[in-house]
Write a protein that binds this ligand. Structure first.
Ligand SMILES: C[S@@+](CC[C@H](N)C(=O)[O-])C[C@H]1O[C@@H](n2cnc3c(N)ncnc32)[C@H](O)[C@@H]1O
Length: 209
């Protein structure tokens, strides 16, 4: 938890309490339904919470923004972002019901009122959002195909509406067709070794292919 305050020192009391509660909720639910690996659960705040919050270093979503987390799994990056931006609307989607069971329990346990969840493949979602966030779900060409038509045209944030994807490693090949992407290195935000090769990729809606 200290780690979160190190990089986000201006959290409200309510946000601090919610972030603190995450550990017990995940530890408890992870014993019943495994959504986070054992190694990762011991480093929940580094590997999941702070990693998710890298998106908050790239953009402070304006109040009222709508964000879909595709393939949220156990709730990452959607849950930490929903705590960070209580006045934005988060839709967490996953095709595996038991993962959403954990997400729903965490949402309920925290009393998070700005999160809804849907058990479906993202291809079947028929809504639009200001941003689509994700981590570890599909390579960019597949992801773009799945999410096409799901980004709202009207822009209310400084950053153009589009995809914000947490990725790692060398992305040259994967992103070669997307010339309008911006890549943010997490080492510019966080000093821990875990973030050494990690990035946030922003792909605005009007991308060229
Ligand atoms: C490796 S997990 C990542 C989970 C989470 N984003 C994280 O980083 O901890 C990938 C998740 O994507 C989900 N998924 C894969 N394809 C999907 C699709 N087409 N629509 C919705 N969810 C999908 C899987 O069910 C799985 O929970």
């Amino acid at each position: 938890m200290k780690l979160i305050l190190k990089y986000f020192p201006n959290l409200s009391e309510d946000q601090i309490i919610k972030f603190q509660r995450l550990e017990a909720l995940y530890k408890d639910w992870n014993l019943k339904i495994n959504v986070v690996s054992r190694k990762d659960i011991d480093e929940l705040y580094l590997r999941h919470v702070l990693h998710s919050l890298a998106i908050a270093k790239v953009i402070a979503f304006k109040n009222g923004s709508s964000i879909m987390d595709v393939g949220t799994g156990g709730g990452f990056p959607g849950i930490p972002l929903a705590i960070m931006f209580p006045n934005c609307h988060f839709h967490l989607v996953d095709s595996i019901a038991k993962k959403l069971k954990v997400v729903n329990e965490v949402v309920e346990g925290l009393g998070l009122e700005n999160v809804r969840t849907t058990h479906t493949r993202v291809e079947d979602i028929d809504e639009t959002y200001d941003f689509i966030v994700s981590r570890a779900v599909a390579a960019m060409p597949t992801f773009v195909r799945w999410t096409k038509g799901k980004i709202a045209k009207k822009q209310k944030n400084d950053l153009k509406n589009g995809i914000l994807y947490l990725k790692g490693g060398d992305l040259t090949e994967e992103l070669k067709d997307y010339i309008t992407t911006s890549i943010y290195n997490l080492t510019d935000f966080f000093e821990e070794d875990f973030f050494e090769t990690k990035k946030v990729v922003h792909l605005p809606m009007k991308f060229s292919k």
